[in-house]
Design a protein around this ligand. Structure first.
Ligand SMILES: CC(C)(COP(=O)(O)OP(=O)(O)OC[C@H]1O[C@@H](n2cnc3c(N)ncnc32)[C@H](O)[C@@H]1OP(=O)(O)O)[C@@H](O)C(=O)NCCC(=O)NCCS
Length: 146
């Protein structure tokens, strides 16, 4: 299994994985937009997971992350996060933010395990088949050498 930067020919597979994961529901063109800040875990040409982030100055945001359903709870999400974190540390990022559906218990538990703490909610932020859903905002303050 290898971790690498995403490539243009990954976008269809990334979008399919995202849809099957019940994650962000991103289209191939959204993945194309964020290709340069997407990392993938690949095994024999199959993408098992990805993380997409943005970073500006000392702030970063996790925009999307998913691991294929059959390979969850094997530490792959943690491995993707560690790679993003290493990049944040190289870039001088001090805080990382994200938003997650308030009912996405697995993702919230995952983010807690990484050290993220809740900072607020956005009421009715997401829409879906079951109606509107709040977004939970979470932040991690990165440790710095200073
Ligand atoms: C969130 C997600 C990426 C986690 O990936 P993963 O590879 O299963 O996570 P890991 O195996 O690295 O888990 C690391 C730790 O997070 C916590 N965790 C992860 N999934 C969990 C779950 N379903 N329930 C409780 N804790 C969980 C645990 O502490 C876990 O450590 P442990 O397995 O030793 O107990 C995965 O569940 C996923 O793809 N979900 C669908 C997409 C999604 O909702 N993305 C988030 C959008 S905001």
């Amino acid at each position: 299994m290898s971790l690498r930067a995403a490539r243009a020919d990954d976008v269809a597979q990334l979008s399919a994985l995202d849809t099957a994961s019940g994650g962000g529901g991103w289209s191939a063109s959204q993945f194309a937009t964020w290709l340069s800040t997407t990392l993938v875990l690949e095994d024999q040409a199959a993408i098992l997971g990805f993380v997409t982030y943005s970073s500006v100055l000392d702030e970063a945001e996790i925009l999307n992350i998913a691991v294929t359903t059959a390979r969850r709870r094997e530490g792959l999400g943690q491995r993707l996060w560690s790679a993003a974190l290493a990049q944040f540390q190289r870039d001088g990022v001090q805080r990382c933010h994200l938003e997650v559906r308030a009912g996405n218990e697995a993702a919230i538990a995952f983010y807690h395990a990484l050290g993220f703490a809740p900072t607020g909610t956005r009421k009715n932020y997401y829409s879906g088949p079951a109606g509107r859903e709040d977004a939970l905002l979470m932040t991690l303050v990165l440790e710095t050498d200073a």
